[in-house]
Structure formats: structure tokens, C-alpha cells
Design a protein around this ligand. Structure first.
Ligand SMILES: NC(=O)c1ccc[n+]([C@@H]2O[C@H](COP(=O)([O-])OP(=O)(O)OC[C@H]3O[C@@H](n4cnc5c(N)ncnc54)[C@H](OP(=O)(O)O)[C@@H]3O)[C@@H](O)[C@H]2O)c1
Length: 334
């Protein structure tokens, strides 16, 4: 099959089209003929050698796919051959075929093309795991999303608004990104390039503070963010692009009952991801189908131009999601 492989650590030029064996499936798994694959920041981290695949997972990059099931293991009741699915995968999305545990498959939201559906799994699973499960966002609470126009950020903003009626403050780095955050439901937007961003967030959240913060920066942001939290507030870290360490007041944690937590999804077992899949289909898919949550695609590239797609992320020029088209079905609605 055609697939993109990473030939050494480096820039987008290390991505190359290759001929790889079609994966075999085992019990509980399905083989998907990929129509479209999402491009995510962790793929760039993998290319740079900073986010290796977990043991036993293919080195082909790509964490979300949409396509048609080619075959399923005998013990799988859904999906079966011919079903259209989108799925979170631990790797292997940048390829014509990808194997995935059946539990991680979801039907496409009605009316969605494969390309649109391929933008959903990584961003929506991550937002659900971190804002809803770990962050325990409750109705009417205030959420701060760092990087509001990232794929994860737009999913978090829209689900927190649509499902919890949260007040959402987002950060970003340009006027265009600001209007996209507002257009997707953030009530307030702060430019993180302004050194006064914590004071601005504090003024917007009021004396009570922010209940949940979703952060991918870590490092020196952590003490600032703990300072912005309300009593019993939750800071959820999903990466630490600024630095892996931070100096914090542990006293703040117990005096104000704060929670400092975080996660990665990739190495979690299929059962864990399957529970997220079921909750998303029940709760977020109806809003996607009603147009109350949207996916924002800023670039579509054929599989062989994966390097060009990742260059957009390297330049931090993306707004929302980038997609690779892998077959002629990519832009069709099943
Ligand atoms: N732990 C997990 O399970 C998991 C899973 C998926 C993704 N992630 C992480 O989640 C983040 C979003 O993923 P994605 O693929 O959706 O990424 P993405 O589209 O590449 O977005 C990165 C975001 O980071 C923002 N950012 C950069 N510097 C910042 C700063 N100093 N302060 C605040 N925000 C800043 C960017 O804002 P501007 O564009 O406005 O500059 C952009 O919105 C990434 O950091 C990714 O590594 C974690």
C-alpha cells in the first residue's frame, strides 16, 4: 500500500511516500481503506523524534482517519465490511489502509464527507478526555482554552459552549484567529503575545477566577495559570511546548483545592478510547449534525504532499485542521 514514512528526525523533507505492507488485523480489530486522514501537531512532534509511537504501534504517522471498512475480525459485530467510519488510531493514518480496534470507530456524523470526518477524532477525543473527564467542566463554569484555533481548541470551545453552556475565554496570536475563536463560540479572546495576558484573563473571569484551563504550553505558564484558577479549579496539561518543568506554589494547591492534571491518549487501551467514542457519538455528534458544532478545515493536501501539510503546522499558519486525501472518496459524503 502507499504510505508516508518518516526517514529520520528532521523537517518536513524527511516525510516520503513509500510502499508498505498492508497491515494484518487481529481479534477486535478492523482494517479501514482510508479515504482521508487528519494532520495533527503530535505528528510533527513524532517527525522531530519527540513523540515516538508506543511499543507495538506502526511508525507510519497519522492519528485520525475516515474511510470504509475493508474487513473486520470475526469477533467484531460493528463495524463490518462496507461501513463508513471515522476513528482515532495510535498511528498509521497516513496510508491507504489502517488497522484500528473496532471500539475506536465511530459512524460519520450525518452529512459529513470523509475529509470532514477525518478532522474529528484526535481533536474531539482530546478535548473530551481533558476538558470533560479530567477537567470535569460543569454547567455554567468558565473555561480558558490556550490556543483557541488549534483543532483541539476549537473542539473544546464548541463542546464546552454547546454541552455545558460554559463561559469560554480563548487565547490566540492574530486578529484572524481571534475572529475564528469568536465565530466558534468563545465569548472572550486574549492575545497570548501580550505579556499582560494573565491580567486580561483575570479581568474577564472576575474575582471568582477560571474553573478549568486547557493548556498545551506548560513551563512558565503553569504558575500563572494556577494563579488564575477559582477555588477547586482544574488545570489540565496536554503538552509542554514551553518547558517540561515549572516552579509552583504547592501551598496554592491545598489551600484553594486545585487540581493539576493532564494526559496523553495515544498509549491508552482501546476500552478507554471506546468509552470516549461512545460519549462523543451520543453527545457531540447530534450537535455536529445540527450544525451547532463545526469543523474548520484550513487546508486539504493529497497524501503524497504530507510534507507540505506539515509545513503549515511548522509555520504555525494553521487555523483548525489540515487533511490529507488518500482516495477518490475523500470529499464524498457516504
Ligand atoms: N495530550 C494529548 O492527548 C494531545 C493530543 C493531541 C494534541 N495535543 C496537543 O494539543 C495541542 C493542540 O493540538 P493541535 O493538533 O490541535 O495543534 P495545533 O493546531 O498545532 O495548535 C497549536 C496551538 O498552540 C497555540 N500556541 C502556540 N504558542 C502558544 C502560547 N505561547 N500560548 C498559548 N497558545 C499557544 C497556537 O496558537 P496560535 O495559532 O494562535 O499561535 C495553536 O492554537 C498541541 O500542543 C498538541 O501537541 C495533545
Amino acid at each position: 500500500m502507499r504510505a508516508i514514512e518518516i526517514r529520520g528526525k528532521g523537517g518536513p523533507e524527511v516525510l516520503a511516500l513509500a510502499d508498505r505492507p498492508t497491515p494484518d488485523i487481529g481479534p477486535g480489530e478492523v482494517l479501514v481503506r482510508v479515504a482521508a486522514a487528519g494532520v495533527n501537531r503530535p505528528d510533527v512532534q513524532q517527525r522531530k523524534g519527540l513523540y515516538p509511537p508506543p511499543p507495538g504501534v506502526t511508525d507510519i504517522p497519522g492519528l485520525d482517519i475516515a474511510g470504509v471498512v475493508e474487513r473486520s475480525a470475526a469477533d467484531v459485530t460493528w463495524p463490518r465490511a462496507g461501513d463508513a467510519v471515522c476513528a482515532l488510531v495510535a498511528g498509521g493514518g497516513y496510508a491507504e489502509f489502517c488497522k484500528v480496534p473496532a471500539q475506536q470507530c465511530m459512524p460519520l456524523p450525518r452529512g459529513f464527507s470523509f475529509a470532514q470526518a477525518a478532522t474529528l477524532p484526535e481533536a474531539f477525543f482530546t478535548a473530551w478526555n481533558n476538558v470533560f473527564w479530567l477537567g470535569r467542566i460543569a454547567p455554567g463554569e468558565t473555561l480558558l482554552v490556550q490556543g483557541g484555533t488549534s483543532g483541539v481548541g476549537l473542539a473544546a470551545i464548541q463542546m464546552a459552549r454547546g454541552l455545558r453552556d460554559a463561559t469560554v475565554i480563548a487565547t490566540c496570536s492574530s486578529a484572524e484567529k481571534r475572529s475564528v475563536c469568536l465565530d466558534h463560540g468563545a465569548q472572550h479572546v486574549v492575545d497570548y503575545r501580550d505579556a499582560q495576558w494573565p491580567e486580561q484573563v483575570h479581568a474577564l473571569a472576575g474575582e471568582r477566577g477560571v474553573d478549568v484551563i486547557l493548556d498545551s504550553q506548560g513551563g512558565d505558564y503553569v504558575p500563572l495559570e494556577l494563579g488564575l484558577l477559582a477555588r477547586d479549579g482544574r488545570l489540565v496539561l496536554i503538552t509542554s511546548h514551553r518547558a517540561p518543568t515549572a516552579t509552583i506554589s504547592t501551598r496554592d494547591i491545598y489551600i484553594r483545592g486545585l487540581t493539576l492534571t493532564g494526559s496523553t491518549l495515544r498509549a491508552r487501551p482501546p476500552g478507554y478510547k471506546g468509552r470516549i467514542a461512545r460519549e462523543l457519538v451520543e453527545q457531540a455528534w447530534p450537535l455536529l449534525e445540527a450544525g451547532r458544532i463545526r469543523t474548520h478545515i484550513c487546508g486539504i493536501f493529497p497524501l503524497e504532499q504530507a510534507a507540505a501539510a506539515q509545513s503549515v503546522l511548522d509555520a504555525n499558519a494553521q487555523i483548525g485542521k489540515l487533511v490529507l486525501t488518500v482516495s477518490d472518496l475523500a470529499e464524498t459524503v457516504p
